[in-house]
Design a protein around this ligand. Structure first.
Ligand code: ZN
Length: 69
């Protein structure tokens, strides 16, 4: 079942990286940036790392659109 992983397919690796997140973060393989679209106000945000993306997202939801609460 997972024997295919022994030889990574470039495209599959790309897709895996691009969607390797659980919070709606998208990794842009070409620019090396993370992006995130606020589910509440649909605003697009981007950051150079996933860690910073989380900080930006939390700041945004707490202080800007309040995340719908
Ligand atoms: Zn928002």
């Amino acid at each position: 079942m997972i024997s295919n992983l022994e030889i990574p397919d470039p495209f599959q690796t790309f897709v895996a990286k691009k969607y390797a997140n659980a919070k709606g973060y998208i990794y842009d393989f070409f620019t090396g940036e993370w992006s995130y679209k606020c589910l509440t106000c649909k605003e697009d945000m981007s950051a150079p790392s996933r860690k910073i993306m989380t900080k930006i997202r939390l700041y945004h939801t707490r202080n800007e659109c309040t995340g719908g609460y």
